[in-house]
Design a protein around this ligand. Sequence first.
Ligand code: XIL
Length: 323
Amino acid sequence: MALDNSRNANLLTNTAIQTIVAANFSQISAENNMKMSYYNETTFANAEAEQMISWANQNNIGVHGHALVWHPDYQLPSWARTPDANFRARFEAHVRGVARKHRGQLESWDVVNEALSDGGEPYRDSVFYRQYNGIDYIANAFRWAREEDPDVDLYYNDYNTEANGAKTQALVTLISELLSSGVPIDGVGFQMHVLPDWPSITDIRASWRAIMDLDPNLKIKLTELDVRTNNAYSDPPRVEQSCDSSCLQQQKQRYKSIIAAYLTDVPAARRGGITVWGVADNHSWYSDYEENGLQMVDWPLLWNSDLQTKPAYDGVWEALQGL
Ligand code: XIL
């Protein structure tokens, strides 16, 4: 599961969350505090990340690093927001420095997050893309991460790659190019921020399959799973004011079918695991958000705001039990 350092979900201070995490999960991701801007730019110190990792160690919980390279301005260090001639040197120093800092502490890293674009161009026009005149930064980041931490699993991670359309094709092309260039990549993360009815389970399975078919050792990881109630893109849009029992049941079935498909399709040795993007609904990044011009509230997680398990929790449990 993923933990935020805001919205009162802070693992370091919220004992109710600590109890839930220790009882239910075997791995955690930092929802924010291991992104680029949270590291000291020269020493790579990061007190919150270090505390989170030591809490996980004490509780026998693994840690997935998220993310060595990610583009949004507000979570970039200053040298990347206003790049100068030293950009490439700083970029390499960051990837190496952070990977070295956590050497031996993590099970896996999202090395590069969201390098694909949503539109017609295959690649996102990020600061990294511009400064490298293309996608060499991706292969470089994987190579540097491997040199600094030889045993950690290295993932490429992205969103909306589960719909088996143009973005999935772009993902397949990128991963196959990395593999054929000998880049050290262990797996692909599918974020899985899904809508109630999109993508279809058939498309989700086909997307995982397309990646699995590239290499028999490549792992599939569901890195940021959450299931929204609303659909800002349907016609008419679905914007709920609350999630009643039929809505909760629909969400349960959606969680259950995704996890059952993962267990059926991905052999155990190739499972990077399933991460839900937060604990309780009021901690979710979708608790209050805007999408497609609509302001919405949502309830996408497994615990409600009173920290009681929801039907969605039972759906996950049933799928894990093969029920
Ligand atoms: C989101 C967090 O959930 C928010 O709290 C934060 O404000 C922005 O980032 N894809 C990712 C995650 O890889 O890092 C994002 O997390 C959600 C989308």
